[in-house]
Ligand binder design. Sequence first.
Ligand SMILES: *Cc1c(COP(=O)(O)O)cnc(C)c1O
Length: 355
Amino acid sequence: MKFSFPVTRTTTPKKKQNPQDLVFGTVFSDHMFEMDYNPDKGWHDGKIIPYGPIMLDPSTAVFHYGQETFEGLKAYKASDGRALLFRPEKNAERINISNERLCVPTIDPDLMVEAIKQLVAIDIDWIPEAEDTSLYIRPFIIATDPYLGVRPSQTFKLYIILSPVGPYYKGGLNPTKILVEDKYVRAMAGGTGYAKVGGNYAASLKAQEEAIKKGYSQVLWLDGVEKSYVEEIGTSNAFFKIDGEIITSPLTGTILPGITRDSVLQLLKHWGEKVTEKRFTIQEVYEAQASGKLDEVFATGTAAVISPVGELCWKNQVITINNNQIGAISQRLFGEINAIQRGRTSDQFGWVTEI
Ligand SMILES: *Cc1c(COP(=O)(O)O)cnc(C)c1O
């Protein structure tokens, strides 16, 4: 093995909860991965240690200027007992794109994937086995210089933590209500929209909170200049099926390059569907609805895989999509990607890695 990390095992293993009762992001496994960076040694001292609080000086850079990047992926338990990861090399590639943007040192992608694998292997019993459950994996990097000056940090820490998650949908896929955001923006050309960084999320909370107050579960983000072009749905990528053609925004710098998005595009092309990456306006979506051509809307991301949209509200105009029912394409994508992730069907694209 090219990378081998020392392991300090916990002396106080935790009791595991019933997987059906798990609330996303509230329960953590027994161990975590930690690695340091400084300019002399580069990334060094990777190790697996008991999960627990970390101690940082109050002046630590990340607390003040948000120099932080992260990733999110999952491990699944196949019915034959194998533990599987879905395209982890894509996460390793993407965190380096985020790192590059935030002056965070890049990490050898092989080291990153190996760290994930070895950590999950130590906590393998933390992958829940019940239907639709998984182990969420959160790698993140923080700037650790104890210094209040505004400049890129010299030192960093990478952590990887694990959180068992229950079924995203209780009782099958559920269409959501989405508010089209026409006041706040998420990203602008030249900004950090394409990077997975904490700062983007801090900036989006206000819109999310206001949408929830109005009875919507997420916002649909429009472009930051004209507030006209469709970009993303909450923290997911957005797909629209209009007149038989499935469209999504191109990766122009303001869109997060979702791994689920990429997988969906590949599958749709493989199935012979007409799929196009192009800019399109919310006006076009509403016109398609008016002429009976808006077939489906869905969001894609690691957490839910596919999230069908049943209702959109833009400037107080509400439209219902596909009678608030799950569309055929949404249902098929959800079934197929889940089957691949859980090793229930052939992995024809080579997306699955066994731990
Ligand atoms: C993580 C994320 C996505 C989805 O990416 P996946 O790799 O499919 O999970 C989409 N949009 C934003 C803003 C994100 O942070």
